[in-house]
Ligand binder design. Structure first.
Ligand code: FE
Length: 225
């Protein structure tokens, strides 16, 4: 059998992976960024082929990684994790720097940044693994520490977006857990779970102008699960 809950025990960080140049570009939230060799320093990322950023990495042969800190705002996750660059310019209003390769690097809430040139790609079905050689890196905020995926799940009660390699269909798990009568509601936009048991106020009693703490969706965008 496969117990999906077991998979949550693998440690990940949270990052914004970006690609492009000063004129065109995009970025997305990733939790699969890992160093695979020291000399030269090479890193791998996994990118869903449906991601808009995927096209940029293939075209520009560069990508940047912004390591997100624990103070990262919900708006950043909403914009880079749950919206598509096909519909909006994710970089608008953001603090963007450009690397040696011209790659955009998101500085908002980043505790460290890295820039890579693309070396190899491996097609693994739904995703492609991109391997990059490290060109530049810098520490950008020593006051915060890296946001881990487990912290994000616990503190923000959020689920991985559908395109994430670690996406899990939560409905499958919920069916197993339905022994309580307390109500839970899920944001249709981002998957955020509002659990009456964990909150001081029941969902039904929240004001109508209440919005999803993760993605800003309306109360009416929540469905009871
Ligand atoms: Fe939401």
């Amino acid at each position: 059998m496969i117990d999906f809950e077991a998979l949550f025990n693998i440690s990940y960080g949270l990052y914004i992976v970006s690609s492009g140049d000063a004129k065109r570009g995009n970025g997305f939230i990733s939790n699969t960024v890992f160093q695979i060799s020291a000399e030269p320093a090479k890193f791998a990322i996994s990118c869903n082929k449906d991601n808009y950023t995927y096209e940029f990495i293939k075209e520009y042969k560069n990508f940047s990684v912004s390591v997100l800190g624990t103070k990262t705002s919900s708006e950043i996750f909403s914009t880079f994790g749950y919206k598509s660059g096909k519909n909006i310019n994710k970089f608008e209003g953001k603090d963007i720097e450009y690397g040696q390769t011209g790659v955009p690097i998101v500085m908002d809430y980043a505790i460290a940044t890295m820039e890579f040139t693309l070396e190899e790609s491996y097609d693994i079905g739904t995703h492609t693994i991109f391997i990059g050689k490290l060109i530049t890196s810098k520490l950008t905020n020593i006051e915060d520490i890296a946001m881990t995926y487990s912290y994000y799940r616990k503190e923000r009660k959020a689920l991985a977006p559908k395109n994430a390699p670690t996406y899990i269909n939560k409905e499958k798990i919920m069916k197993k857990e339905s022994k309580t009568t307390a109500r839970k509601y899920k944001c249709d936009i981002c998957g955020y779970i509002y659990d009456d048991l964990d909150e001081s106020i029941e969902f039904a009693n929240l004001p109508e102008d209440w919005t999803c703490p993760l993605c800003g969706a309306e109360k009416s965008d929540f469905t009871e699960i």
